[in-house]
Design a protein around this ligand. Structure first.
Ligand code: EPZ
Length: 430
C-alpha cells in the first residue's frame, strides 16, 4: 500500500493549478444517461472517484471517450443504454453512484440501484432521495440491498418536493429526474452549492427549463427530451480551500490558479480572521501567511454558503499550531473527527465533546507515522505534516487519490519536501 512521506518545515511558494471540481464532475457525468445526444465535459479532474463513475456509466452502456490531446475532455454518448442496474460491487466503491438513480428512472421508467451503504464519516442514508422521487410518482421498494424504482406508465410527473433537511445529492437526483418529468417540479429547501448551479447550467444548455438553482427553491419545467451540450466543469472550491490552508499551516505565499472567487466566502472569512491574506487576482486567488503564527478562530460547518464540512479537517490541522484556542463544530456528518487522534499523535492538543472540537494551539507538531481514514481527513494529515518538525508518513493514501489530482506534484512545485512511496518500497523504508 502506498505511503506519502513529508519532511516538514518548508514554507510554500509558487503557483498551484486548481483542477475541475470532483463534486461537480460526478453529478455532471450522470447526465450522459439523460439524453441520446453527445455531451462533452471539459476540465474533468483525473481522480479515482471519476474512474469509478466512468466504470459505472460504461456498464449502463454510456460510451465515454477521451478527446485526443485535450486532457480532461470527455464525450459521453448515452444513445445505447443496455442496463438500468447499478450493481453493489461498483456502487459500494463510491456513494455518489446513487446519482444515476434520477436519470435512469426519468428516462427509462425504471432503475435498480444498490444501496450505497454507510461510509467512514457517517451512516449517510438516501431516504431524502427516495422520498423526493416518490413525490414525482415513483414506486420504490428496497429489497436485498437494492433500491427498485419504477415510474408510472406515462413516466414521472412534476410535483412539489420539500426536503426536511438540506441534501446536496438528493437535490441533484431530483434535478435530473425533474428535467424529463411531465409538468412543473418545485424543490423547496434545496441545497445551494455551486456544484448544483453547475449541474443546472449543464441541463439548461441541453434545453431544460430550470430557475432558482443556487437558491433554496428550484423550479423545473420538464421536457420530453434533452439535447447535446459542451460544458466546462467549474473549479474545485474544496481543493482551493485545502491548498489555502496548506499555506496557513506551512507558511509562505501561493497563487491558486484558476480558483474562482465567490465560491468560498465563508472559508476565506475564517482564514482572514486567523491572520491570512486572501486576494483575488486576474488568474486566480493569492493566499499568504504574512505572520509566523496564525491566531485561533471558531468555525461551524453548515450547508452552502456556510463553512464547508469538506474543509473542516483541513482547518483543524492548520489551527493546531495557531496562537490560542479554536472551537470547530461539525453539524453535517456524525463522525467526521477521525483525523483528531492522528493529529494528536503529532502533538496536537484537541478535545472533542460530541460535535465540537476544542483545538488549543501548541508550539509545534512533530512528524510521526499516521493513518488516513477518509478523503478529507487524509489531506489534513498532509497539511499537519507540512507544518511539523521532522518526518511524517501517511498510510492508506488511496483515500487521497479519490479527491486530489497531482497532490504530491503540486506541493513539490511549491517547495514542499513530499514524496509518494510505492507499496513495497514504503514497507522497506518502514
Ligand atoms: C455531498 O455528499 C458531497 N459529495 C460531500 O463531499 C459533502 O460533504 C456533502 O455533499 C455535504 O456538502 C459529493 O458531492 C459527491 P448530503 P452528499 O446529502 O450529497 C444526510 C467529499 O469529501 N442525508 O448533503 O452525500 C447525510 O447523512 C464528500 O468530497 C440524509 O439523512 O451529502 C448528511 O448527514 C464527503 N438522508 C447530510 O444529510 C439523505 O437522503 C448531508 O448530506 C441524504 C443525506
Amino acid at each position: 500500500m502506498d505511503q506519502i512521506r513529508v519532511r516538514g518545515g518548508q514554507a510554500l511558494k509558487g503557483t498551484i493549478r486548481i483542477s475541475g471540481a470532483k463534486n461537480a464532475a460526478l453529478p455532471l457525468m450522470t447526465v450522459g444517461l439523460l439524453t441520446d445526444q453527445p455531451v462533452v465535459l471539459r476540465n474533468v479532474p483525473a481522480l479515482a472517484d471519476i474512474e469509478s463513475m466512468t466504470n459505472l456509466l460504461r456498464q449502463h452502456g454510456v460510451r465515454i471517450t477521451a478527446i485526443e490531446g485535450e486532457a480532461g475532455t470527455w464525450t459521453l454518448d448515452g444513445s445505447d443504454i443496455v442496463s438500468t442496474l447499478a450493481p453493489y460491487d461498483l456502487v459500494r466503491k463510491m456513494r455518489a453512484s446513487v446519482l444515476v438513480l434520477g436519470p435512469l428512472l426519468t428516462r427509462f421508467g425504471e432503475a435498480t440501484v444498490s444501496m450505497p451503504g454507510g461510509c467512514a464519516i457517517g451512516n449517510r442514508p438516501v431516504d431524502l432521495h427516495l422520498k423526493g422521487l416518490e413525490a414525482l410518482g415513483a414506486q420504490i421498494e428496497i429489497e436485498s440491498g437494492y433500491v427498485h424504482a419504477r415510474a408510472p406508465k406515462g413516466g414521472l410527473t412534476g410535483g412539489r418536493v420539500t426536503f426536511p433537511m438540506i441534501s446536496v445529492g438528493a437535490t441533484e437526483n431530483l434535478l435530473t429526474a425533474a428535467a424529463l418529468a411531465s409538468g412543473e417540479t418545485e424543490l423547496v429547501n434545496a441545497a445551494r452549492e455551486p456544484e448544483i448551479v453547475d449541474l443546472a447550467n449543464l441541463l439548461i444548455s441541453m434545453g431544460a427549463e430550470i430557475e432558482g438553482a443556487g437558491s433554496d427553491t428550484i423550479r423545473i419545467q420538464g421536457k420530453p427530451t434533452l439535447g447535446a451540450a459542451d460544458h466546462r466543469v467549474l473549479p474545485d472550491r474544496i481543493e482551493t480551500g485545502t491548498y489555502a490552508m496548506a499555506v496557513g499551516a506551512a507558511g509562505g505565499e501561493v497563487l491558486l490558479e484558476g480558483a474562482e472567487a465567490g465560491l468560498l466566502d465563508a472559508a476565506f472569512d475564517v482564514l482572514r480572521r486567523a491572520g491570512m491574506t486572501v486576494t483575488q487576482e486576474a488568474t486566480g486567488i493569492r493566499v499568504s501567511r504574512p505572520c509566523d503564527r496564525l491566531v485561533g478562530v471558531d468555525a461551524m460547518t453548515e450547508p452552502y454558503p456556510g463553512f464547508p464540512t469538506d474543509l473542516q479537517a483541513q482547518l483543524m490541522a492548520m489551527l493546531t499550531v495557531a496562537d490560542g484556542a479554536s472551537m470547530i463544530t461539525e453539524t453535517i456528518f456524525e463522525n467526521r473527527f477521525m483525523h483528531v487522534p492522528e493529529l494528536a499523535r503529532m502533538g496536537a492538543n484537541i478535545t472533542v465533546h460530541h460535535s465540537s472540537a476544542l483545538v488549543r494551539g501548541v508550539a509545534g507538531l512533530t512528524g510521526a507515522p499516521v493513518m488516513a481514514t477518509d478523503l478529507r481527513a487524509s489531506v489534513s494529515l498532509v497539511l499537519a505534516a507540512l507544518a511539523a518538525k521532522g518526518e511524517t508518513t501517511v498510510n492508506r493514501v488511496y483515500h487521497l487519490d479519490r479527491g486530489y489530482a497531482g497532490l504530491v506534484e503540486k506541493l513539490t512545485a511549491c517547495g514542499a519536501d513530499i514524496a509518494r512511496l510505492q507499496g513495497q518500497r514504503a514497507a522497506a523504508e518502514e
